[in-house]
Design a protein around this ligand. Structure first.
Ligand SMILES: NC(=O)C1=CN([C@@H]2O[C@H](COP(=O)(O)OP(=O)(O)OC[C@H]3O[C@@H](n4cnc5c(N)ncnc54)[C@H](O)[C@@H]3O)[C@@H](O)[C@H]2O)C=CC1
Ligand SMILES: CC(=O)C(=O)O
Ligand SMILES: [Mg+2]
Length: 605
């Protein structure tokens, strides 16, 4: 027993030290450029940190101020100037201006020096995630055409039909590990933003680098510009996308198919995350590609795992055992890609706990037309199994199309969960009705993004529902001081806790595709991450970090192996991966994460 464990861990050590990892940093970078071309390349640029020997070697002498500074000094210089910006903008009434100024400052750093940018992002992820990701990324997308300075990512358009297989070779990196793609049709809760939606793949991939340690040279943000139905954009002089209505039907699918095949041709092992597609295409493309590519839909699948972790947390917060979950009454507002993804996942958890398909009775779902019942004309099959009926188990008078406040008053739900994209829809009347919830700790999840679309704020929840309430939102809010030293926790319930780990685990396992089992393993890992003590305080989610991502990534990787989907990565095969214990897998995943440091540069010639 001891011998085999010892043998296994020596194999593990060898794997860590000898794998031809794309993540373990190389000792030197070989560059085929010199002088200003290096300074203008954010991947190689070190600004004033180039040592004199390197300045001589690379033709940089005289192109930089004479004093050589170290990384730490550059870091401090950036943070100080960022703090000055913050101070100068204090009292500025227009919060949009402040957010965009901060985003521009970070973006300028990215365009100049990626190593410094990612270190700043990693070290300050909680502070900077709201700038590179939601909510500021929403503002950036809305104003993208005016803000555009330097291209990031790739643009495939309806006009590129038949060209994508060659276009994909225009991307400069030989290897791409992680792609996030959108068609811009449903950007956060902001609707169709056409080509301007490219900000979302950029923001998501920044989190991949910061939280999952994906090498930034191996990520690719992609926008598929198939037109836009947003009249305002079509009339906007600055708009940078195609000026045509969105492609539909087979024409649309042909573009997506061609893009996916081009990816497969050049980078067959890349993981592709679909993001912010309008509902019909979100589900259709997921079904179309899930068994043929290593891909997933973050809004349907990532969100579902995070929401389920939150729902189970709400059960624990009441001091109830998890098997009580099927008795929780949950009102879901929004029956789109995210809402239906959450409902399917929660139902599956209920069925796993022994409830039958016909017997589950805990969900009430509303969309823009109110409560969805079996009487709904043209009932969407995706939501049919959640539509309320009229049998003896039903609450009387809850008719088709009943309003949110009626539903909350009559159901007295344990959880009210919003994925509607409608800001403020959980108004005072609704929240006061939640106070009468049958739960001693009513939970309100206002998951829509960005902040302007949040269904309510934590202040409103703790004021109207009560201090015992549990709150979570898609975009970040500050905790609320409840007086007497007590805190009302403003959790962030966002798929950012899962997608980086899902992508990383899929990548390192070399999975052929991303199975339900792999996603479940990630979600279960997240659900069990928070301790009972934290849950009692009302804390449902951990801060986003490399630690949680490594755990989720390891869980996903192990599930891929268990399901025989893993083909290995970077010379580490499935057999070797399968010999690792749980702990060793976490160590392995952690070790494979890229970390920003300056490397000596050596000129090719
Ligand atoms: N926190 C997170 O991790 C995530 C949050 N989201 C957010 O969820 C929101 C919805 O996303 P999707 O489901 O993809 O959008 P979607 O457009 O597919 O669905 C929106 C749903 O909300 C319903 N709705 C609209 N107005 C309503 C009203 N007044 N009352 C009740 N329901 C109403 C619509 O009928 C539709 O069913 C967005 O704001 C998005 O940012 C999405 C994914 C992840
Ligand atoms: C978080 C996210 O994926 C969304 O709001 O669409
Ligand atoms: Mg999304």
């Amino acid at each position: 027993m001891w011998r085999s464990a010892a043998r296994r861990s020596s194999l593990f050590r060898r794997l860590l030290s000898s794998s031809s990892s794309s993540y373990a940093p190389p000792a030197v970078y070989i560059v085929n450029k010199r002088g200003n071309d290096i300074l203008n390349d954010p991947w190689y640029n070190k600004d004033t940190a180039f040592p004199m020997t390197e300045r001589d070697r690379l033709g940089l002498r005289g192109l930089l101020p004479p004093r050589v500074t170290c990384f730490e000094e550059q870091y401090e210089r950036f943070i100080n100037s960022y703090r000055t910006l913050e101070n100068n903008m204090q009292g500025e009434p227009d919060s949009t201006r402040v957010a965009l100024a901060k985003w521009k400052d970070l973006n300028r750093l990215h365009s100049r020096n990626e190593t410094l940018y990612y270190r700043v992002l990693i070290d300050n992820i909680e502070e900077f995630a709201p700038i590179v990701y939601t909510p500021t990324v929403g503002l950036v997308c809305e104003n993208y055409s005016g803000l555009f300075r330097r291209s990031r990512g790739m643009y495939f358009t309806a006009k590129d039909k038949g060209e994508m297989m060659s276009m994909i070779y225009n991307w400069p990196a030989d290897k791409v590990d992680m792609i996030v793609v959108t068609d811009g049709s449903r950007i956060l809760g902001l609707g169709d933003l056409g080509v301007q939606g490219v900000g979302i793949p950029i923001g998501k991939l920044d989190l991949y680098v910061a939280a999952a340690g994906i090498n930034p040279q191996k990520v690719l943000p992609v926008i598929l510009d198939v037109g836009t139905n947003n009249e305002k954009l079509l009339e906007d002089k600055l708009y940078l996308g195609l000026r045509q209505p969105r492609l539909e039907g087979e024409e649309y699918l042909a573009i997506i198919d061609e893009f996916m095949e081009a990816v497969r041709a050049r980078w067959p092992k890349a993981v592709v995350q679909f993001e912010d597609f309008q509902m019909k295409w979100a589900f259709e493309t997921l079904e179309r590609y899930r068994n043929r590519f290593c891909m997933f839909n973050d809004d349907i699948q990532g969100t579902a795992g995070v929401a389920l972790a939150g729902l189970l947390g709400a059960v624990r917060a009441q001091g109830r055992p998890l098997h009580d979950f099927p008795n929780q009454k949950i009102v879901v507002v929004g029956a789109g890609s995210a809402g239906i993804g959450v409902l399917n996942k929660a139902k599956k958890a209920t069925l796993k706990m022994g409830i039958t398909e016909e017997g589950h009775n805990q969900f009430w779902v509303l969309d823009k037309d109110g409560l969805i019942t079996k009487a709904r004309e043209g009932l969407d099959p995706a939501v049919a199994s959640f539509a309320r009926g009229s049998g003896p188990n039903e609450i009387p008078d809850l008719h088709e199309g009943a309003s949110l406040v009626e539903v909350v008053k009559k159901v007295k739900p344990h959880v009210l969960l919003g994925l509607s994209g409608v800001g403020g829809i959980f108004n005072e009347e609704v929240l006061k009705a939640m106070k009468e919830s049958d739960s001693p700790r009513p939970a309100v999840f206002a998951m829509s993004n960005p902040t302007t679309k949040a269904e309510c704020t934590p202040d409103d929840v703790f004021k109207h529902v009560g201090e015992n309430a549990i709150f979570a939102s898609g975009s970040p809010f500050s905790n609320v001081s409840l007086g007497n030293g007590k805190t009302g926790y403003a959790n962030q319930a966002n798929n950012m806790y899962l997608f980086p780990g899902i992508g990383l685990g899929a990548l390192l396992s070399g999975a052929r595709n991303i199975s339900v089992g792999m996603l479940e393993a990630g979600a279960e890992c997240l659900a069990s991450y928070i301790t009972d003590d934290e849950i009692k305080k009302g804390i449902l989610f951990p801060p986003v970090s490399r630690h949680i991502t490594a755990q989720v990534g390891a869980a996903v990787l192990r599930a891929a192996i268990a399901e025989d989907l893993a083909e290995g990565c970077d010379g580490v095969g499935p057999k070797e991966l399968s010999t690792m214990s749980e702990l060793e897998t976490v160590d392995y995943v952690t070790q494979k994460m890229w970390y920003p440091v300056y490397h000596p540069l050596v000129s090719k010639k």
